[in-house]
Write a new protein. Structure first.
Length: 91
């Protein structure tokens, strides 16, 4: 994408969902007398960030650490002439 080689990040918009998954998990699994009930979860379950580059490219980054969905690391770069997709960090 030529970031720092002719293009650069220009601006971004980042939004998070409400924090609900960890509260629900605690309700279902943690005994009521546990000190974990004093914790307050403030980070959202899912964060989505849209980044625009100076040359007009758009980058979407999603970060999810607390919802009960299967782990995956899907890396995708897509343009007008094709795409590349890998499901882990090593390919």
């Amino acid at each position: 994408m030529n970031i720092s080689r002719g293009d650069r990040f220009d601006y971004l918009v980042s939004m998070s969902s409400p924090s609900r998954s960890l509260d629900l998990y605690r309700e279902q699994t943690v005994p009521k007398d546990s000190p974990k009930w004093k914790e307050k979860y403030i980070a959202g379950d899912m964060n989505t960030t849209m980044i625009k580059t100076a040359n007009g490219l758009t980058i979407k980054v999603q970060h999810d650490t607390s919802t009960p969905r299967p782990y995956d690391r899907i890396n995708l770069i897509q343009g007008t002439k094709g795409l590349f997709r890998s499901k882990d960090a090593e390919t």
